[in-house]
Design a protein around this ligand. Structure first.
Ligand code: PGA
Ligand code: ZN
Length: 455
């Protein structure tokens, strides 16, 4: 310990404490948007500056994600308490980074990974590790008197992301009425982030009216999207396609041209209905092979203004991914979420196999900010588009808004525009957009240029 404290990575050359040295790390158990416990961490620096972060949590998680440490005591929060993870922060991981300069994010993150010592952070928990990692960045930014996006990206980080917004929800987030998880709006013609949100709200509102006219429910799901029972008799081929058709109608009803002003994105989240080599569409009482699933998605791309498909195939169905990419990868953004789990090794495999052309970046899938940014950089270096994303279990923590702007990611996926845990992020981007003013950029449809030109 004393050897490390003398190391010049941690202190000024004269051995004195820098104002940005970490002096206190404290975690507590708080609740997320599903009322499920999660880890909140406060990191305090020598100067007194403090950073706070709250860890999000997925429902449709990938097998290759970092492990989320849960207490497993059924008598408390159905086993989902995080008191052990909190203890790991307060007693093991926190002490390991005490005395380190918070500005050296990569040093902090390397120490956290080394202290856990397992590839998927199963010993101390990805939730424990991530809480410290993100709170450290917040503390460093506060210590330097910089907004987080500026701390992360310098003067180069100034691009407002295009939002990809959940209008209709299904899958594990809405309890099984539609198999596919997200039917998303991608505003194309907006000239700013704030203008994009106007479009989103207009389409969301139009969808509410359409559902009300049909006598369908306008209750919302985990990410705030509308979650009606889609009537199978309306559809050419079943409930999932009916949801796509409803979204086209809502775009038109709001006065926009589908495919021109606004396009459709899907998060199929196919891993969660893939069993024993088959895709089971329970809402439609049918089962598809991998090749049939690819055929279905290709047909939809031809029939509807879909410009983005996430997890169209399951997390380990590499050959399905390769087929889909070969057939429509030039025309549609194909995002790996469960496929890549924000992991550079998984993404590297995808690059080598020509699977997908975009990657979802969810910090808690990989456990540290450094690792998430590395994935984003690797994606960029190989022409894969990064999409910074929230989880279905979220909180008021808005770190990903700053992350998206600071890294010029270009796209963000937060869920819908209702529920305050979603709005915390949208509103933070609005604040940043205002703060950057003329220095900020918004590329809008340019982000999708290569796909749009090919259609
Ligand atoms: P999750 O959903 O947070 O439940 O994994 C989000 C997504 O699949 O993109
Ligand atoms: Zn997903």
């Amino acid at each position: 310990m004393s050897g490390r404290r003398m190391d010049s990575r941690f202190h000024g050359n004269d051995g004195t404490k820098r104002p940005t040295t970490i002096t206190c790390v404290h975690a507590r158990e708080v609740l997320d948007s599903r009322g499920v416990p999660t880890v909140e961490v406060d990191v305090t620096l020598a100067s007194g500056a403090r950073g706070r972060a709250i860890v999000p949590s997925g429902a449709s998680t990938g097998r290759h994600e970092a492990l989320e440490f849960r207490d497993g005591n059924p008598a408390r929060y159905q086993g989902k308490g995080v008191r052990h993870a909190v203890r790991h922060v307060n007693e093991v991981l926190g002490p390991a980074v005490m005395g380190v300069d918070a500005v050296s994010q990569h040093v902090v993150d390397a120490l956290l990974l080394e202290t856990d010592g397992t590839p998927n952070l199963r010993r101390l928990g990805g939730n424990a590790v991530l809480g410290i990692s993100l709170a450290t960045a917040h503390a460093a930014a506060a210590g330097l008197g910089l907004p987080l996006y500026r701390y992360l990206g310098g003067s180069q980080g100034r691009e407002m992301p295009v939002p990809m917004v959940n209008i209709l929800s299904g899958g594990l987030h809405a309890r099984g009425i539609v198999d596919f998880q997200d039917f998303l709006l991608i505003p194309l013609s907006a000239r700013s982030f704030s203008e994009a949100l106007v479009m989103v709200r207009n389409v969301y509102h139009a969808m509410g009216e359409i559902l009300t006219e049909r006598g369908a429910s306008t209750l919302v799901a985990d990410e705030g999207g509308l979650a009606p029972a889609v009537d199978e008799s309306d559809a050419v081929t079943g409930a999932n396609e009916a949801a796509v058709q409803l979204l086209v109608q809502a775009i038109e009803k709001a006065g926009y041209r589908p495919g021109e002003d606004a396009a459709i994105g899907l998060d199929v989240a196919a891993t969660h209905f893939y069993h024993e080599g088959e895709y089971r569409l329970s809402a439609e009482n049918r089962t598809l092979s991998s090749a049939e699933m690819v055929d279905l998605l290709v047909r939809w791309v031809e029939a509807y203004p879909i410009i983005s498909i996430e997890d169209g195939l399951a997390e380990d169905d590499w050959s399905g991914w390769q087929q889909l990419t070969a057939r429509v990868g030039g025309r549609v953004q194909l995002i790996g979420d469960d496929l890549f789990v924000t992991n550079t090794q998984r993404l590297q495999q995808g690059i080598e196999r020509n699977a997908a052309n975009a990657v979802l970046v969810k910090v808690n899938q990989v456990g540290t900010l450094t690792a998430a940014v590395a994935t984003l950089r690797l994606a960029r270096a190989h022409g894969y588009l990064p999409v910074v994303s929230a989880r279905s279990g979220e909180t008021e923590d808005a770190t990903i808004a700053d992350l998206a702007v600071g890294t010029n990611a270009g796209q963000i996926k937060i869920g819908s525009i209702t529920r305050s845990e979603r709005l915390a992020k949208y509103n933070q981007v609005l604040r940043i957009e205002e703060e950057l003013g003329a220095q900020g950029i918004y590329r809008g449809r340019e982000v999708f240029r290569r796909f749009l030109d090919a259609r």
